[in-house]
Design a protein around this ligand. Structure first.
Ligand code: ARG
Length: 584
């Protein structure tokens, strides 16, 4: 594996060394520009700081830059202290050739200061249907992991499923009184599992609401569960197992790998919760208030300016959501050695995490060397701009939604398919439909709401995954049609404007992934890929590859650009969790 320094970094190095004569430690600011390949506009600020004349400083820097065929072909001062920098065609092609030669990583280096990020995502609740919010968490979390892993960060997944709490008393008691109501998990598929769970839930709810004595038995069952009664735990486990069959079927449909050992739900922190409470109380971080153990925050106030506390332990001794999250932090920092804790959780839980993080800081569980961040995502809206619901106002069943996406995708694929069999159409439809759902989510900034609009998602025009998948498949078809002519880089050739634009963008892949990963911003990678496909379209329009036939070396070099574009699209989409079929 040979990593490749990006052209941006190479130019930056030159600028820095040209500047260092007058401005040691200067950090020039470089950006892509329409007027030249790059524009350095940091000179202005540097001059200001050094109380120098910007134009003079810029001229001095220009004098210190070597121009030629190696990297920078031309540099000129423009305006008061801007530098316009044009790269040599050779430098572009050579850098890209090194990327292609590197294979899978496309020359992108691994970061030197990699840490361990624990990503808390895809966390549905036992015995409950998943909703679109769970879909978002799964899709965003999976993409963030893909990007982080690619930079060399080590990620550990934690699916903090809701598998504990008083609500299980009712369910377990019902199952205890009606054994056999829940078919064994190994005998059911996802859909059956959920329909069983729904049935048991409804039946137990009915008894619970109608029968006071059952209510009392259910309450006792909670106590038995919390004290670890064996029989009670076995029944509880049945609900967990049945639910996992259901979750896994949804994650399967989403084409997402969920590892069993990373499903570590609330219940896993059960044993540690009393100690969490004890430590908080001993250190005075938490105080007793009306019997409950709570943490107060000066700045967090609710109605009537009353402080809103975080409840660690209820007055009846029970532990809840906050206690499990606090205990999880201790585990993730102390046992998993996490340097970053990332939570991909609905924005509506932001306050909860704010209080949990602050509490953990006060307790010393989150030191200065650990970052905790809630990647708080927005709501999925229906066409009417309101939170996504069925016409009857119920939450949408995720499987239905995914099935519908695949169905719509099948229509699109079928329309374009010339030589595909029905099986192939179905397979492509799955990749296109699921990709469409993921991409629609990932291409908007996670903290914003977005509209779930299947028509738009599977559209061939515009910023959709289908558009990107077609671009990829089209390149594969070009490579097939080229027959004998194979991709090969020819650094000695001059480049067309459209080739340069495509090439410079291709070279920026690694930088983009690093930035997107650092900012937890999959939409930045999505935007990059969309622009890549657009630049490719322009290139293919302006620069014939096969017909009309260009000279052999030009054809080879263009095919090489096609090839690298395809590989970059493929890799980028894979990081987002989206497939790129070879034919569409
Ligand atoms: N199960 C929760 C829900 O459905 C999400 C869990 C988020 N993660 C956490 N560590 N609290 O709302």
């Amino acid at each position: 594996m040979a990593s490749v320094t990006s052209l941006t970094d190479l130019v930056n190095q030159q600028l820095t060394s040209a500047l260092s004569a007058t401005q040691p430690d200067a950090d020039p600011l470089l950006r892509r520009s329409d007027r030249a390949d790059f524009q350095a506009n940091g000179i202005l600020a540097l001059a200001k700081k050094a109380k120098a004349n910007p134009r003079e400083l810029a001229t001095q820097v220009v004098g210190g830059i070597a121009t030629g065929d190696d990297l920078i072909k031309d540099v000129e001062v423009s305006g008061p202290g801007f530098l316009n920098i044009t790269l040599a065609d050779r430098a572009i092609t050579e850098n890209l050739a090194a990327r292609l030669a590197d294979g899978d990583r496309l020359g992108v280096p691994l970061k030197a200061d990699a840490g361990i990020t624990v990503v808390d995502y895809a966390q549905p609740n036992v015995a409950k249907e998943m909703h679109v919010g769970h879909l978002r968490s799964a899709v965003i979390g999976d993409a963030l992991r893909g990007m982080l892993d690619f930079t060399g960060e080590r990620t550990i997944g934690r699916h903090h499923i809701g598998d504990w709490g008083t609500q299980f008393g009712m369910l377990i008691q019902y199952l205890f009184e009606h054994p056999g109501e829940l078919a064994p998990a190994e005998d059911v598929d996802g859909e059956q599992a959920m329909s069983n769970l729904n049935r048991v839930y409804k039946a137990s709810r009915a008894v619970f609401d109608a029968d006071e004595e059952f209510k009392e038995r259910a309450r006792k069952r909670v106590v038995a569960l919390q004290s670890g009664d064996k029989e009670t735990l076995e029944l509880w486990q049945q609900f967990v197992d049945e639910s996992k069959v259901y979750f896994n079927s949804v994650f399967d449909k989403l084409d997402m790998e969920i590892r069993d050992e990373e499903i570590v739900g609330e219940s896993a922190y059960n044993d540690g919760m009393p100690e969490t409470a004890r430590l908080l109380e001993e250190t005075g971080v938490a105080v007793r208030s009306e019997g409950a153990l709570v943490v107060f925050f000066d700045e967090i106030r609710g109605k009537d300016d009353q402080p809103v506390p975080l409840i660690v332990q209820k007055a009846d001794g029970g532990f809840g959501y906050a206690a499990s999250d606090l205990t999880a932090i201790r585990n993730r920092v102390q046992d998993l050695d996490a340097t970053t804790l990332l939570y991909v959780v609905d924005v509506r839980q932001s306050l909860h995490f704010k209080m949990v993080f602050e509490t953990a800081r006060r307790a010393g569980w989150l030191g200065d060397d650990v970052t905790a961040h809630n990647m708080a995502y927005g709501t999925v809206l229906g066409a009417d701009g309101k939170p996504f619901k069925t016409r009857a106002g119920e939450t949408v069943r995720l499987e239905d939604l995914l099935d519908e996406a695949v169905q719509r995708a099948a229509e699109v694929v079928r329309e374009k398919a010339r030589d595909l069999t029905e099986d192939e159409i179905q397979e492509r439809a799955t990749q296109v439909g699921i990709g469409a759902v993921k991409y629609a989510d990932l291409s908007t900034s996670p903290n914003r709401d977005y509209k779930f609009d299947l028509d738009q998602m599977v559209s061939l025009n515009g910023d959709t995954s289908v558009y990107l998948q077609y671009a990829y498949a089209r390149i594969q078809s070009i490579l097939r049609k080229a027959g004998e002519v194979r991709p090969a880089a020819h650094p000695e050739l001059g480049l067309h404007e459209a080739e340069r634009a495509l090439g410079l963008h291709l070279d920026a892949f690694g930088d983009t992934v690093f930035e997107a990963a650092a900012e937890y911003a999959p939409h930045r990678l999505a935007a990059y890929l969309y622009q890549l496909a657009s630049l490719f379209t322009t290139f293919y329009d302006k620069c014939p590859v096969i017909k009309p036939q260009p000279p052999q070396d030009v054809a080879e070099n263009r095919l090489f650009l096609c090839d690298l574009t395809a590989r970059t699209l493929h890799r980028g989409m894979a990081l987002l969790g989206i497939r790129t079929p070879e034919r569409l």
